[in-house]
Design a binder for this molecule. Structure first.
Ligand SMILES: NC(=O)c1ccc[n+]([C@@H]2O[C@H](COP(=O)([O-])OP(=O)(O)OC[C@H]3O[C@@H](n4cnc5c(N)ncnc54)[C@H](O)[C@@H]3O)[C@@H](O)[C@H]2O)c1
Length: 327
């Protein structure tokens, strides 16, 4: 899955995973510790993350948890001290959450991001890899989405992710901080939050069906997404952190599988995997949502050597199985 020459360097490197108690962060930590990273440090305030996601790492001497907040500069400074690579995941996700509370989303996703960038400069971090989002494509209708072509933004969340990309670019130009942005497309897999109003569609569908309830679909179900299994996203983060290809620096990359699945198809696959006959309920479309999303991943393939290995069908089998085992 991961090039041997890069894998062999992990034991000499220290990583900071912000948002490490969350879905993507905790999966990154699992990969790094499995590959004997020298140190894996986490900065998380547990606002949407869970101790349960990282409990299995507590006994590993290379693992260090800092409970703190990216909106506090001192916390970012402590967390980045003696760190080689920052994998910045901490943010408030969800388009509807950002519409309900744009101020908190802005504070975390923009002020917190700026703190992390500046702390990384102060502590001479080697590279800063950060989570952007497919939401930056806004209302652009180009299909598949190519990095150079974005439209008008549709939500406060999308504004924050676009602002991250602008700040990262300027920090590369002004301070020489090596930055790489990853525009994730609907990531799914084990440890994704299943609870609350801002949970993502895959854990919601699985949870509802496991509890014998009808999941809600917003719109007529023809909305499409490029659902991306977590292992592909982990691979992309590590490639971005450790690639020796200087052409990849200060770039943003689509990180997806490179496929398209409608919500109706997604529902059918999950229902079939769970052997469920329950039907979904259809509701009106939500504000801020993009209608269709499908990524051209050739830039990540060419510059990062990214090769997504797990498709939606296999990813869903692993994911459904994981949630069933949590019951
Ligand atoms: N999951 C997806 O499909 C997806 C898609 C596009 C982009 N992203 C981005 O990827 C990143 C990770 O997403 P996720 O799905 O793992 O979300 P998540 O909510 O599971 O994880 C985010 C983590 O950040 C932490 N956090 C939030 N505010 C913080 C603060 N002020 N200080 C310290 N920690 C804080 C939370 O406690 C949580 O552990 C986010 O930046 C998100 O915007 C995710």
């Amino acid at each position: 899955m991961f090039p041997e020459n890069l894998l062999s360097q992990i034991p000499q490197k220290s990583f900071l995973v912000t948002g490490g108690a969350g879905f993507i962060g905790s999966n990154l930590i699992g990969f790094l510790l499995k590959n004997n990273a020298k140190e894996v440090r986490v900065l998380d305030n547990f606002s949407t993350g869970y101790e349960a996601n990282i409990q299995e790492f507590f006994s590993n001497p290379s693992f260090k948890l800092i409970t703190g907040d990216i909106t506090v500069f001192e916390d970012c400074k402590n967390a980045t001290h003696n760190i080689d690579y920052v994998l910045h995941q901490a943010a408030l996700g969800s388009v509807p959450r950002s519409i309900a509370d744009p101020i908190t989303t802005n504070n975390t996703n923009i002020n917190g991001f700026l703190n992390m960038l500046y702390a990384s400069v102060a502590n001479k971090v080697k590279r800063f890899v950060y989570a952007s989002s497919s939401s930056v494509y806004g209302n652009d209708t180009t299909m598949p989405k190519v990095e150079v072509k974005t439209g008008e933004l549709l939500s406060p969340y999308a504004v924050t992710k676009k602002a991250n990309e602008l700040y990262a670019d300027v920090f590369y130009k002004t301070y020489g901080l090596e930055v790489i942005g990853l525009r994730y497309f609907n990531v799914f897999g084990p440890k994704q939050n299943i609870n609350g109003p801002y949970a993502a569609v895959i854990p919601i569908f699985i949870n509802e069906l496991l509890n014998k309830r009808s999941p809600r679909i917003f719109g007529d179900g023809s909305t499409t997404r490029d659902f991306t299994f977590i292992e592909n996203v982990v691979q992309a983060n590590l490639l971005a952190a450790m690639t020796e290809n200087k052409e990849a620096i200060n770039q943003v990359f689509n990180i997806a599988f490179g496929g398209t699945t409608s919500l109706n198809e997604l529902f059918r696959i999950i229902a079939k995997t769970l052997n469920s006959k329950i039907q979904p309920e259809f509701h009106s479309e939500r504000k801020g949502d993009i209608k269709d999303s499908f990524a051209d991943i050739s830039k990540a393939k060419n510059l990062l050597n990214y090769k997504p290995e797990v498709d939606i069908i296999n990813g869903l089998k692993i994911t459904v199985n994981w949630y069933e085992n949590q019951l």
